[in-house]
Ligand binder design. Structure first.
Ligand code: PLP
Length: 473
C-alpha cells in the first residue's frame, strides 16, 4: 500500500470525534448513542476495508461527510418498520401475503382499548377468580352459528391441528381423496394430519367419492369422519361427493364425530348481497357436523384466528388439550374478534361495516367512478410514455373462498406502447417502491390496478406526487 493511502487511513477521525459532529446531534438524540456508535464503527471499518482493497478509487468513502451521511442513512433504515401498510390493488380482496382482512374501526378501537394496559382477559370480575379467555367470544360465536360451544386459536391451521390431535391421535381419520388440499403457505391436509398424530385414510377417487367408500373404510380404529372445503380449486365434470347430512348420519351411526374444515366459512348467507353461494357455519352445523373449523380473517373479515364451533362435549375435550394453551390467541385478537362478531348481530350492518364484506359487495359502477377520479393523476404522473385507461376487469375473493367466482370490477390499465415487458416490470417495481407501496398485477401487456379495494383515494394519489418511475432501476 502506498504512503499516500496509509496517510489517508491514519487521517480518518476517531469514532469519538465523529460522534461529536454537529451533523449527528439529532440522530443521536432520536436513536440513542449505542446504535449510532455501533453503526458508525461499521461504516468506518467498511470504508477502510474498501480503501485497502480498491486504493485511490475509494478515497471519497473516507471523507467525513460521506461517513456521517452513510451512518445517517443506515440508522434510519434500521429504525424504519419493515411491516407497513400497502395499497392492495391486485384484484384479490383477501390476499394472504398482503395481510388478508382489513379490520373495521370497531375492532381497531377494541384492540387499542386492551392493548395498553391490564384487562379482564382471564379474570371473572364477579367472583374475582381466574376465568376463561374464550368467554369474550364464545357466546357470540354460538349465537351466530347455532353451536353449543366454541373456542378460538391462532389460525384455522391451528384449529384443524388441535381438533385432529384431540379426537384422533393414534387413530384414523377418513377423508375423501378429492379433498386433500394444499392451501398456500404449506398447509397441506396430509401433513397436518401427520403432525396431529392421526393416520389419514383416503377414500374414494379424486373426482368421485361415494357413501360406500366411507362405510367400507370404517373400522375399529376410525376416530373421525372429515370433510375439507376444497378452498382454492374446483373439481368439475364427472364428479360426486357425499352430502354432509349423509356423512354425519354415517358417523353418528358408529358413534363417531363428523368434522368439517370449512376454511373460509361465512357467518351469513352472502347470496342475499349478490355474492356467490358459500356454505355458512350455521348450515354446516345444521346438516349434522359435530365440529366446524374456519378462519377469522377470511370471509368473516376479522383478525387472524381459527374458530372451532360445535358440540359442547367435544369442545370441552379440546379446551383440555395442552396444545390449546400453545395455540391460544392473545387479548388483541380476542378484542378485535369480539367487536367484529357484534357487527354480525345485524347482517346488513356487517356488510356495511366489515371492510371485507363492504369491498366484496362494492358495485362495479362505484369502482368505475373511483377509477375515473384517480386516472388523471396517474396519467400525469407517468407522462407521455404510458397510456392509462379505465378498463373493466374481474376481482377475486381470495384465500380459498369461492375460487372460481369472479366479481365484476374496474381497474386502471397501464400500457407502455412500443416497450417490452421490461418497462412494465420497471413501472410495477417503481410503484412498489413508493412510501406506501402500490401493488397491482401484470396481465396481457398491461399493469392492472384493480380499484375495488381502494378506499383512500387521496392517499393513493399522494403516492404519485414527484414520481419518476423511469428513475427506478
Ligand atoms: C385457509 C384454509 C386453512 C388454513 O387457515 P388459516 O387461517 O390460514 O390457518 C385450512 N383449511 C382450509 C380448507 C382453508 O381454506
Amino acid at each position: 500500500m502506498s504512503e499516500a493511502l496509509n496517510a489517508l487511513l491514519r487521517a480518518v477521525p476517531s469514532i469519538d470525534e465523529l460522534l461529536r459532529a454537529d451533523d449527528l446531534k439529532s440522530l443521536l438524540a432520536d436513536s440513542g448513542h449505542a446504535l449510532v456508535a455501533e453503526v458508525l464503527r461499521e461504516v468506518v471499518e467498511g470504508a477502510r476495508a474498501e480503501v485497502r482493497r480498491e486504493g485511490e478509487a475509494a478515497r471519497a468513502l473516507l471523507n467525513t461527510d460521506a461517513l456521517l451521511r452513510e451512518t445517517h442513512h443506515r440508522v434510519t433504515a434500521l429504525l424504519t418498520p419493515s411491516l407497513k401498510r400497502v395499497f392492495n390493488l391486485t384484484g384479490t380482496v383477501l390476499h394472504t401475503n398482503l395481510g388478508r382482512a382489513p379490520l373495521p374501526a370497531e375492532a381497531i378501537a377494541a384492540m387499542t382499548e386492551v392493548a395498553a394496559g391490564a384487562s379482564n382477559l382471564e379474570y371473572e370480575l364477579g367472583s374475582g377468580r381466574r376465568g376463561d379467555r374464550d368467554v369474550h367470544v364464545e357466546p357470540w360465536i354460538c349465537r351466530l352459528t347455532g353451536a353449543e360451544a366454541a373456542t378460538v386459536v391462532n389460525n384455522n391451521a391451528a384449529a384443524v391441528l388441535l381438533v385432529l390431535n384431540t379426537l384422533a391421535k393414534g387413530r384414523e381419520v377418513l377423508v375423501s381423496r378429492g379433498e386433500l388440499v394444499e392451501i398456500g403457505g404449506a398447509f397441506r391436509i396430509p401433513d397436518v394430519m401427520a403432525r396431529a398424530g392421526a393416520r389419514m385414510v383416503e377414500v374414494g377417487t379424486t373426482n368421485r367419492t361415494h357413501r360406500a367408500d366411507f362405510s367400507n373404510a370404517m373400522g375399529a380404529r376410525t376416530a373421525v369422519l372429515m370433510k375439507v372445503h376444497a378452498s382454492n380449486y374446483a373439481i368439475s365434470g364427472f364428479t360426486a361427493a357425499v352430502p354432509e347430512g349423509e356423512l354425519a348420519a354415517l358417523a353418528h351411526g358408529a358413534e363417531l364425530p363428523f368434522v368439517v374444515d370449512l376454511g373460509s366459512g361465512t357467518l351469513i348467507d352472502l347470496t342475499q348481497f349478490g355474492l356467490p353461494r358459500e356454505p355458512t357455519v350455521a348450515s354446516t352445523l345444521a346438516s349434522g357436523a359435530d365440529l366446524v373449523t374456519f378462519s377469522g380473517d377470511k370471509l368473516l373479515g376479522g383478525p387472524q384466528a381459527g374458530i372451532i364451533a360445535g358440540r359442547r362435549s367435544l369442545i370441552a375435550r379440546i379446551k383440555r388439550n395442552p396444545l390449546k394453551r400453545a395455540l391460544r390467541c392473545d387479548k388483541m385478537t380476542l378484542a378485535a374478534l369480539s367487536a367484529v362478531l357484534h357487527l354480525y348481530a345485524d347482517p346488513a350492518r356487517a356488510v356495511a361495516r366489515v371492510p371485507t364484506l363492504r369491498l366484496l359487495t362494492r358495485k362495479a359502477d362505484d369502482i368505475k367512478a373511483v377509477a375515473e377520479r384517480v386516472a388523471p393523476a396517474m396519467a400525469r404522473a407517468l407522462g407521455e410514455r404510458a397510456v392509462v385507461e379505465v378498463k373493466a376487469c374481474h376481482s377475486q375473493i381470495g384465500s380459498g373462498a369461492l375460487p372460481v367466482d369472479l366479481l365484476a370490477s374496474f381497474a386502471l390499465s397501464i400500457h407502455i406502447p412500443g416497450r417490452g415487458g421490461r418497462a412494465l416490470e420497471q413501472l410495477a417495481r417503481a410503484l412498489r417502491a413508493r412510501p406506501v407501496p402500490i401493488i397491482g398485477r401484470i396481465a396481457d401487456d398491461a399493469l392492472l390496478l384493480d380499484l375495488r379495494t381502494l378506499d383512500d383515494e387521496a392517499g393513493f394519489t399522494a403516492q404519485l406526487a414527484h414520481f419518476d418511475w423511469t428513475a427506478t432501476p
